[in-house]
Design a protein around this ligand. Structure first.
Ligand SMILES: [Zn+2]
Length: 304
């Protein structure tokens, strides 16, 4: 059902796209955006329908994991979450944008990388299409640590330009089930370590080069042991190329990985995404305009 404010704020579909007669009454079931046809969008409920944009990377993951690691993880989490969604949910999964900004991995052959400006432009264009279809809620689901800043920027730009409510969801922000991995590994196994290797072992064991599994020591772990301020990521991070952290392009102990850990982690990540989607569904829509009306309504004069 449409709240009056949301209905007024949403970009209107051309009248020819609406079935003749009354406003839509049945809701749009969850599924893949590209499987719909134009008339289906007449059933978008701006307050409830959520578009989900998977963004990943095709980049080197050390000598033991495939280039598709981030894309594989992303696709698996999304499809499992989709299977767990309640029937009442209306979540539309957009085409996965699997080439990301992997500048820090470009010294290693096989890495594909889009420049930040090009990538952001593409994401914003997709967001514009989402808004044009009458959808006001978007979750950007990102599985590549090197493009966190891009996701943050896209979310704010889409909020301002199109009045979208955008969640900046990173798979690595969902945490892990307690006891599954060592704290040190979680802190420094940033890339191709036990976490990612476990997931690929579960999802595509045929793509794991088992003889190449190793403990890829990271400069970040060395700096952390010194206890200073400067680290790879924190307390104060630095702009690093992967080879600065480890010459093999991986960080973390891949020997500590197992398919069983990967399966449990995947279930956890999918559960987190389902929870996030429910929280997004419950969120009220922002006003359709940019920052001006929001700051006005927050002022004492406007609220009096
Ligand atoms: Zn990765």
């Amino acid at each position: 059902m449409n709240s009056p404010a949301a209905a007024a704020a949403a970009p209107a579909l051309p009248s020819s796209a609406r079935p003749s007669g009354a406003l839509p009454t049945d809701s749009l079931a969850s599924g893949y955006w590209q499987d719909l046809a134009t008339p289906d969008f007449a059933r978008v409920d701006p307050a409830r329908t959520i578009a989900l944009l998977p963004v990943a990377a095709i980049e080197q993951h050390g000598p033991h994991l495939p280039l598709c690691t981030d894309a594989l993880i992303n696709q698996a989490v999304v499809s499992r979450a989709l299977a767990h969604l309640p029937a009442s949910a209306s979540v539309l999964v957009l085409p996965a944008l699997n080439v990301g900004d992997s500048l820090e991995h470009t010294a290693f052959p096989g890495t594909l990388s889009a420049d930040m400006e090009a990538l952001l432009g593409l994401w914003l264009s997709v967001g514009r299409g989402v808004a044009r279809a009458g959808v006001r809620k978007l979750v950007i689901f990102n599985s590549h640590g090197g493009q966190r800043a891009h996701v943050d920027l896209a979310a704010l730009r889409l909020r301002v330009a199109h009045g979208l409510l955008v969640a900046r969801a990173h798979s690595f922000s969902f945490g892990v089930p307690p006891g599954l991995f060592e704290a040190d590994e979680l802190a420094h196994g940033l890339h191709g370590g036990a976490v990612e290797t476990s997931l690929v072992m579960h999802l595509r064991p045929d793509l794991v080069r088992t003889p190449a599994l190793a403990d890829f020591q990271s400069l970040g772990a060395t700096l952390a042991r010194r206890g200073g301020l400067l680290g790879a990521e924190k307390p104060v991070g630095m702009g690093w190329m992967t080879q600065d952290l480890n010459p093999h392009g991986a960080c973390g102990d891949a020997r500590a990985a197992s398919a069983d850990k990967g399966e449990r982690l995947l279930e956890h990540l999918a559960g987190c995404l389902v929870q996030l989607l429910a929280e997004m569904e419950a969120m009220p829509l922002p006003s359709a305009s940019g920052s001006a009306s929001a700051s006005e309504s927050a002022s004492p004069r406007a609220s009096a």
